[in-house]
Design a protein around this ligand. Structure first.
Ligand code: 0RQ
Length: 513
């Protein structure tokens, strides 16, 4: 391990996870590393959760505020949620135990654009950051840090926190060194200057993170893998969505609106994203680029085969097999992958400049193109907006994808009115379901509504949507975006009451789950 900790001064601060966790006090605001299950601290949060459980058993609750890059893993979010040790969490999560506590009202959750977190921290909107717990892959002789499998907000955490605990994880490949690009030129207005990045493969920063050594209060060693969720092969609905999307790209190329190399790709994670990436590999494309948040297995495949010449992101989200492939061929990938801070990977200025093709999942869309990415029936949060808003608002084409139904056909993903809005009708250009693709660009609200009903709705729900829309065309207060207000959310209400949006019993239909 000493070859990972080359700075002599840091050796004095090495201690156990339990000793380091003892430095965290109730009520603190603690910023932790971690983005989509990669690069999160693995030992200190678990030791902290044990202290929290002991404190709660002794009748004195021990809770802290937790800030991260994005989602982490059971060892962090799961452990702290189960110990009832979080009073506040931001900016993104996907952990079942944490989700349950948020939805039961026990934990406050600030669900926010991932590109905003750093600047809101610098502006002091979250108060003082008492302590940061950051996983790194190594510490150099001069004290600079080799970032881990995600960068996220780590630059900001190391700068802003009063005290720093470093977890040096020997499991992370030493070959990660050199794959990062940490930009130290960001500032708050009125000092802000243009960010000098004009292509996804440009380096504008340094390969290392800086930390003031005086702030480092503990160095903990670990040797543990990231969450590494298993890769699931795309299902039928996801494959159909990918086919529609690839057809669309083909048409855009024929019309001269996209070149053969497309534009830099951004894709969310999960089944549909995997299916789209797999379809790209079969579509005869080569020399593409990605300017995205997360590199998942599908992207590694595309890089390996040359379909993708490089990918810029802030994190990995790989299966165990993906990690092995990456580790085995790290010299190949090192020249084709750049990991940046999330304020840069998700920066509106850069996404707009590069013309990113933004492809994200959704919970539901309404007939006018408003998109809900986060809430079930308007009140229960699923994960969070993540980076989807950063990319959808600023990308050159913003695409939202979902199977047309969920829960065995019991829910329609196309509804009269979304029960929560993450992306407005002004941000949505393309909606795709396994039924088809609606290109909403250049269309007025009523034209969009008919197209979404015709192309994207499931046949089980299409007549219900058409009936709603036809009556709204006759009876609505206004005729710009016709709605029947008393009825617009009745589908969600019916779901909460009966478990289905439909007016007759659920039948088995191909759907996401
Ligand atoms: O629930 O797990 O209880 O069965 O939502 O759905 O099928 O796993 O689909 O993984 O693509 O997730 C929008 C959540 C889709 C995701 C969302 C239920 C469904 C299931 C998940 P169960 P699937 P996906 C990059 C960009 C926001 C963040 C983002 C997401 C669960 O894409 O979090 O884009 N996006 N980030 O049953 C009720 C519906 C439903 C529904 C699905 N209409 N009504 N439930 N579900 N549709 C990453 C980052 O930013 C970090």
């Amino acid at each position: 391990m000493c070859d990972r900790i080359r700075n002599a001064g840091m050796h004095d601060r090495m201690m156990s996870a339990e000793q380091a966790a003892a430095l965290i006090k109730p009520g603190m605001t603690v910023a932790m590393s971690g983005f989509t299950g990669a690069g999160y601290p693995k030992a200190v949060p678990q030791a902290l959760a044990a202290r929290m459980e002991a404190a709660a058993a002794a009748g004195s609750p021990f809770r802290i505020k937790v800030l991260t890059g994005a989602s982490t893993a059971p060892e962090l979010d799961g452990a702290l949620a189960k110990a009832n040790g979080m009073e506040l969490r931001l900016p993104y999560q996907s952990d079942p135990a944490l989700r349950e506590r948020i939805n039961s009202g026990e934990i406050d959750y600030i669900d926010m654009h991932l590109s905003h977190v750093a600047q809101h921290t610098w502006s002091g909107y979250f108060g003082k950051i008492d302590l940061a717990v950051v996983e790194v892959a190594g510490i150099l002789e001069d004290g600079r840090l080799v970032p881990s499998s995600s960068v996220g907000n780590n630059k900001t955490w190391l700068e802003q926190a009063d005290q720093v605990i470093l977890e040096v994880n020997a499991f992370q490949p030493a070959g990660l060194e050199g794959m990062h690009d940490i930009y130290y030129g960001t500032a708050l207005p009125p000092e802000r200057k243009p960010i000098p990045l004009t292509a996804p493969d440009e380096r504008i920063g340094e390969a290392y993170l800086h930390v003031d050594p005086a702030k480092v209060v503990a160095v903990v060693t670990t040797d543990a893998p990231d969450r590494n969720s298993p890769f699931t092969a795309p299902d039928e609905a996801s494959r159909s969505i990918a086919v529609h999307l690839l057809d669309f790209f083909g048409h855009e190329i024929k019309r001269g609106r996209l070149g053969r190399n497309l534009l830099p790709l951004q894709s969310g994670v999960g089944n549909i994203a995997n299916a789209v990436l797999a379809a790209l590999s079969e579509g005869g494309y080569e020399g593409l680029t990605a300017y995205t948040e997360v590199i998942q297995d599908g992207m590694l495949d595309l890089i390996r085969t040359g379909v993708l010449k490089m990918a810029s992101a802030t994190s990995f989200s790989l299966s165990a097999a993906g990690v092995q492939e990456f580790k085995d061929n790290i010299d190949f990938y090192r020249t084709r992958i750049l990991l940046r801070t999330q304020e840069i990977s998700n920066h509106p200025e850069l996404i707009r400049r590069l013309g990113v093709l933004a492809m994200n999942g959704m919970i539901e869309a309404d007939i006018y193109g408003n998109v809900n990415s986060t809430h079930i029936a308007g009140s229960k949060v699923m994960n969070g907006i993540g980076g989807s808003g950063d990319f959808a608002r600023n990308g050159s084409i913003s695409i939202f994808m979902s199977p047309s139904t969920a829960k065995n056909g019991g829910l329609s993903s196309i509804v009269p009115m979304v029960s929560h809005v993450d992306h407005t009708e002004h941000d949505t250009m393309i909606i795709v379901t396994e039924q088809g693709l609606a290109d909403l660009r250049g269309l007025a609200p009523k034209q969009r509504a008919q197209l979404i009903i015709d192309r994207c709705a499931h046949p089980l729900y299409r007549p219900m949507l058409q009936d709603y829309y036809d009556r709204a065309r006759r009876e609505s207060y206004g005729q710009h975006s016709p709605h029947l207000l008393a009825e617009a959310l009745s589908w969600h209400d019916r779901f909460v009451e009966t478990g289905t949006m439909h007016t007759f019993p659920t039948i088995n239909q191909p759907s996401r789950s």
